[in-house]
Design a protein around this ligand. Structure first.
Ligand code: ZN
Length: 341
């Protein structure tokens, strides 16, 4: 039987310590009790819990936190993907798929790719927010009135609030405020919409037609792992191969940025790569960025998803390993489902 051990690795505590000087979030986390690691096996499934992730485009669900979702799905936790756009403005990024028959039905193909990737990851539900995707700043796609970046904020928030009240997630995962590393207008909008919906969801006066109020307990932001980028970079160097991660890349993701939650995905390390490959029009299997090293090496190097806790609407007192959570549901599981450490 597949076992999942939710123990934050030693370096997670080092990261927290390195980045832990000050800041309201660190102060909040530091005030909590620490009980050490919390081992959880499939025998200790927690039915009734729900995880919702909010992504901008088809393929984002595969490149950000797919291992975490796979892990929780395998524990029996309901997993819901909200995809804000259909990816209509995307190009064909895999040369092998750049054919007239593919370009002619790209929106339909991207829906099929998303369905397959979601199946591989283990999403129980896909909720489409129904917007057309925008392009990068300056793109003509942004002139269309139906693109996500131009959607009235209230309208988009109302749609997401309705989805949250229907699905009743306990944990929501969204993008961080700082999108300077990849300032796509849809990613920035996805952050704004997710945070506003999380805050409005439990308020009966907000969006009264969107269903009965429901307040998710926690909001996490995804985080591009600086540790993983460096591990990959060093592995390329050790093999005397050219690394796609330039100095600019490394500078963009400083190690000192603290993760407040680190999820060990080694038990499902292959899932994100299989899911990425399902997006055949978007992901080139020859890409050095995604697949420049042998698959077993890619799965072995830093198999952790990192997050920053943004909204502790309730303050759980169950945090693993020196403030760094190893489980996004820490503090939310019923005691009978948490074996003694
Ligand atoms: Zn995207």
């Amino acid at each position: 039987m597949l076992g999942c051990h939710f123990a934050a690795p030693p370096w997670a505590c080092e990261i927290a310590a390195a980045g832990g000087e000050g800041g309201p979030l660190r102060a909040e986390l530091g005030a909590r009790s620490c009980r050490g690691s919390v081992p959880i096996t499939l025998a200790a499934m927690t039915p009734g819990l729900c995880l919702m992730t909010v992504h901008a485009h088809p393929d984002d669900e595969s490149s950000k936190g797919a291992g975490t979702v796979a892990l929780y799905h395998r524990q029996g936790i309901r997993t819901v993907l909200v995809c804000c756009t259909g990816g209509e403005a995307g190009d064909v990024l895999n040369p092998a798929m750049d054919r007239p028959d593919v370009r002619g039905r790209l929106p339909e193909i991207r829906r099929e790719e998303l369905a397959e990737a979601a199946r591989i990851i283990g999403y129980d539900e896909i909720v489409s927010l129904g917007y057309r995707d925008s392009g990068m700043p300056g793109s003509s796609a942004n002139d269309r009135p139906d693109c996500f970046a131009r959607a009235p904020l209230d309208e988009a928030v109302g749609r997401l609030v309705a989805a949250m009240r229907r699905e009743r997630p306990h944990v929501v995962v969204a993008y961080p405020e700082d999108q300077s590393g990849y300032p796509h207008p849809d990613h920035i909008r996805a952050h704004e919409v997710a945070v506003a919906a999380f805050d409005a969801c439990g308020d009966p006066a907000a969006f009264p037609d969107a269903g009965p109020p429901w307040q998710p307990a926690k909001l996490y932001y995804t985080r591009f792992s600086a540790r993983r980028v460096r591990a990959l970079h060093e592995e390329f160097a050790a093999r005397r191969m050219e690394s796609p991660f330039t100095d600019e890349w490394l500078a963009r993701f400083p190690l000192a940025d603290p993760a407040t939650a680190v999820v060990d995905i080694s038990a499902v390390a292959g899932v994100p790569f299989d899911a990425l490959l399902a997006h055949a029009t978007q992901v080139d299997p020859q890409s050095p960025f995604w697949f420049g090293l042998p698959r077993d090496v890619l799965e072995r190097l830093h198999p952790y998803d990192e997050y920053v806790l943004a909204r502790p609407a309730v303050a759980p007192d169950d945090v693993a390993c020196d403030d760094v959570e190893a489980d996004l549901f820490a503090g939310l599981r019923s005691p009978s489902n948490i074996p003694d450490a």
